[in-house]
Design a protein around this ligand. Sequence first.
Ligand SMILES: Nc1ncnc2c1ncn2[C@@H]1O[C@H](COP(=O)(O)OP(=O)(O)O)[C@@H](O)[C@H]1O
Ligand SMILES: [Mg+2]
Length: 299
Amino acid sequence: MVLHYPEVRYPNWELLCKAAQARGIRLTTWEPHRLQVHCTDGRVSGCYDGEPVRPEIILHRTVATFQGIVIPVLQLWASEGATVLNEPDAAYRSRDKLLTYLALHRARVPIVHTIAFVEPSEAAMRSLTDHRGAILKPAHGVRGEGIRTFRSTVELLATWADNPEQRTPVPFAREHYVAQPVVGGGGRDVRAFVVAGACVALMQRHAVAGEVRANLTLGATPTQLPIDHPAASTAVAALDACGLDYGGVDLIEDDDGTVRVLEVDAWAGFAGISAVTGEDVAGAILHLAMTRRGRGAAV
Ligand SMILES: Nc1ncnc2c1ncn2[C@@H]1O[C@H](COP(=O)(O)OP(=O)(O)O)[C@@H](O)[C@H]1O
Ligand SMILES: [Mg+2]
């Protein structure tokens, strides 16, 4: 079973379907908002459209806004023996850039110097080296959205109050932010896709002129990198540190040539990197699902 909305970033679903067809696997789509948890004294069940159910194998993507139901339901099904790729708590934690950096730090995976805060202050920013500028990112941002760059942390602090959306509470909590030095001047990074402890696809991305963010959705130009590039092993270590079975990793090389992790994403799209590298990322994910549970089960 794939818990997702097929029409959201559709090419990824298309690739999963193609890979499934090639392997004789039947994929079923369930939509996240149709899940429920039924709780009674005697029993707690995960339900779909009101029916108590328990799929055999579960992949999830495009579920980011359904955390309150998705995590308990998937954990419940896992406790009843279902195979859930990408433990849901770990997947949601990796959506938070600060929690990702903390997990990476614990595992000694290189990260970029980061100050995390709800409100920035001069005192807090003092230690950030900003001679090539500073970058500010919402902790839960995706695809480069909400990211701003500044000539210095002084400019970051001076313009902070001009953006009231930075104070808008997301449900239950105000968003926190991460500030970092702009590494290597920006405009270039590496994207890896890791499945089951192996880097299966690796590419470099060059941003459009004048742009720091090298996200493909912002027009960056990708080129394939050899799979033995040092970024591959860092990406594998990052996925392991975050406790994930598969996902995308954004990395950046600093001036000393050290590859550092910018982001880990359990729900990263793989259509772009599959097209650039020719690698069958969807097939690798399905292969992992089937080896976890044995062939023949419906995913
Ligand atoms: N500290 C940094 N130095 C240089 N470039 C950066 C830095 N942080 C992010 N970027 C650029 O911005 C892009 C988006 O940042 P990222 O942390 O991956 O957030 P998002 O979740 O929005 O993709 C990266 O892919 C990279 O090209
Ligand atoms: Mg990114």
